[in-house]
Design a protein around this ligand. Structure first.
Ligand SMILES: O=c1[nH]cnc2c1ncn2[C@@H]1O[C@H](COP(=O)(O)OP(=O)(O)O)[C@@H](O)[C@H]1O
Ligand SMILES: [Ca+2]
Length: 415
């Protein structure tokens, strides 16, 4: 794959023949930590380097699960970094940058717990043989998370080279936050969007003014807590949270972000005020009462750019996982869906929970949330097309490739 002008040909200092170099980018996500080791090859000084491949590995849980034991969190990063020792030839270690960017999981932690984790990770990096840049460990700004994923997908699908830039929008559903990013085509969008949703950045010798926003607390796991009414509880420990989205007989507990939650289905008939005008006997379980519950989380909370109603988007992370879990797409190849396919599957699961008892008890809630997020949240139509993908050209569709381009450019690795 080519990238235009990322490494202006006349500035390449390495007059070797084929020149291979690496970049190591860690994605410290709220539900897991991932390492991406990218290989770049420059066949000769006057032609541009190409992205040759990626080594990808992930571990669970994410760093925020180690909020009270930061050394163990750093240990999970070290185990992944040891893979890079084997993957990168020793003579290149000193020229191979290693960077970790944390996303919403750490944004939801207290400043001092997040910093404790990051400084332990920095020590692991310093003890390694790799190049440790100045700001090698940080919490990434949500706007960059959306933009960099957009760069990754549009680079991998070849939309950033050549002039016929027909770029695609990206939807990323994480555990703690969700991102929407696209290149506005209409002046109207630029005028009616909130100021901080529009970010311009320079890459591949072009300037892009993108619409992007990261909604903290609207990731799939955070949305479960919001639907249960447990998101902003201080010590939720011990309190029981019930929902019509959960199997009637369910009684369980769950740890997220270092807090223990108890939750279950609507076994008994207690009145449950859902939204002011609706009084539903809680004994109900199924799509209709569940949709009303998740609607409380998204209705009126997200900005709805008119422009996107008709355009198709790439969707990944939990959009992909839940579609694959329910055979809406092939787990390896992904697939193309309409928004209505998620709604149809949500109805099937929520209204036949006994048939899906082997799956996660949150499957109904997750699919119903995804439906409400897309339709009532972002304002997509039933027939909007979503391209669900996990890899393009065998490279993960994650913000990490975009971040690595930016890193190599800023470090002038090839000057
Ligand atoms: O690079 C990736 N490759 C494949 N799946 C990913 C990647 N990044 C995230 N995911 C999927 O998205 C889910 C949630 O994303 P994440 O843990 O990054 O939450 P966050 O973005 O809110 O921090 C993960 O459980 C994982 O299945
Ligand atoms: Ca993520």
């Amino acid at each position: 794959m080519w990238f235009q002008d990322l490494f202006p040909p006349n500035t390449c200092p390495i007059n070797a023949k084929t020149n291979t170099f690496y970049g190591i980018m860690f994605d410290a996500g709220s539900t897991g930590t991932r390492i991406h080791i990218y290989t770049f090859v420059q066949k000769s000084p006057e032609i541009l380097p190409e992205l040759e491949g990626e080594i990808f590995e992930s571990v669970k849980p994410g760093l925020s699960a180690y909020a009270d034991e930061p050394e163990k969190g750093a240990e999970s990063v070290k185990r992944l970094l040891d893979m890079a020792i084997d993957a990168v030839p020793p003579h290149l270690w000193k020229k191979t940058p290693v960077v970790l960017k944390a996303t919403a999981g750490l944004r939801l932690l207290s400043e001092e717990k997040a910093q404790a984790l990051l400084s332990e990770v920095k020590e692991v990096f310093e003890a390694s043989p790799f190049l440790v840049p100045e700001d090698s460990v940080s919490i990434m700004d949500g706007s960059y998370e959306g933009i960099l994923a957009w760069i990754t997908v549009n680079f991998l699908t070849g939309q950033l080279s050549g002039q016929n830039q027909h770029t695609v929008g990206t939807l990323d559903l994480g555990g703690a936050s969700t991102q929407i990013t696209f290149l506005p085509r209409f002046e109207e969008t630029l005028k009616e969007s909130p100021r901080d949703f529009l970010t311009s950045f320079e890459m591949f010798n072009s300037t892009y003014q993108l619409y992007t926003h990261s909604y903290l607390g609207f990731g799939l796991k955070a949305a479960r807590l919001a639907t249960l009414g447990a998101l902003n509880m201080e010590a939720a420990d011990g309190q029981m949270f019930r929902s019509s989205c959960l199997p009637k007989q369910l009684e369980a507990e769950w740890h997220f972000g270092g807090v223990k939650y108890r939750y279950g289905g609507n076994k008994k008939d207690v009145p449950l005020w859902l939204i002011p005008s609706v009084f539903v006997l809680a004994g109900e379980t199924g799509f209709k009462p569940c949709y009303l519950e998740v609607l409380k989380v998204v209705k009126g909370k997200l900005h709805q750019p008119d422009e996107i109603r008709g355009s198709s988007f790439y969707a990944f992370s939990y959009y992909y996982d839940r579609a694959a879990d329910t055979n809406l797409i092939d787990y390896e190849q992904g697939g193309v869906l309409e928004v209505r396919d998620f709604e149809r599957k949500a109805k099937e699961v929520c209204d036949n929970m006994e048939r899906f008892s082997s799956a996660s008890p949150f499957l109904c809630m997750d699919l119903t949330y995804i439906t409400a997020l897309l339709k009532e949240g972002f304002g997509f139509r039933d027939n909007t097309l979503l391209k669900l993908t996990k890899k393009v050209n065998n490279i993960e569709t994650s913000w990490t490739l975009g971040a690595t381009f930016h890193l190599l450019q800023s470090l002038g690795i090839t000057y």
